[in-house]
Design a protein around this ligand. Sequence first.
Ligand code: AMP
Length: 286
Amino acid sequence: MKIYKSSKELSKDIELLKSSGKTLGFVPTMGALHKGHLSLVKQAKQECDFVLVSIFVNPTQFNNPKDLEKYPRTLDIDLEKLRQADVEMVFTPDVKEIYPDDKAAKVEFDFGETDKVMEGKFRPGHFNGVAMVVKRLFEIAKPTKAYFGQKDIQQIAIINILNNKYLQDLNIEIVQCPIVREDDGLAMSSRNKLLTAEQRKKSVVISQALFEAKEKYNDYKVSEIEEEVKKSITSKTNFEVEYFEIVNAENLQKINAWNEADRILACIAVNVSDNLRLIDNIFLKG
Ligand code: AMP
């Protein structure tokens, strides 16, 4: 496994590989790796000749400085996990390598309505920061396929727009991978490491509420399911439900009736404490 800090060196080696006809699978991450990340790696290994994983805690996508400060960093353990997973290349750039100057750190994208709702609404600037880092990483690595988790479903929608609208020439295929959950249902997340034992125990209510919504959605109105889910979480914990939205999976816009879309998602964000926020989602239909 080769570890790169320099984008030039990485690009050079990748060009060499690709010129000999090899395909490259790319898994961008912010580290503190768990089985969710490793499932993306596994799929990339199955579908591509070489796999590159990046580990970079991207400052431009954090709208809350406390969240950035507290974000778990476990580089040595991460590298060991990637070694065990037979990953060929790891990119661990520092901030200057990704954002060498002010211009690189100030790019504005237009994602239409897709970044105006849910995460985009509650985390101003978040998706612009995500797009900045993904654009930069895609331009450095020029992968054949890039792998992302359904856990961050709105992020995938944004990256699909980025890829089709701004990076067409790179010809990258975006692959969406399923959510990996803990045994009790909690969606795996690097931020789960920051939960206290009590918060961890209670956090199961988030996925449980989504599973219940899936089970009984057809028997209730959209608005009733929304009410039920919020009530179910706030009655059992002191967590704050920042949003729970039932949306058309094609454009992530809210729906008011079940027949308004063929594929329907329920998406949730919960503030467990002031600086700890968890997200999850589930397909109700399609
Ligand atoms: P992050 O390190 O949180 O930026 O995540 C890196 C990638 O792993 C993103 O594409 C995430 O959607 C994906 N990911 C995070 N958690 C999970 C999970 N529980 N299951 C599947 N993919 C995940």
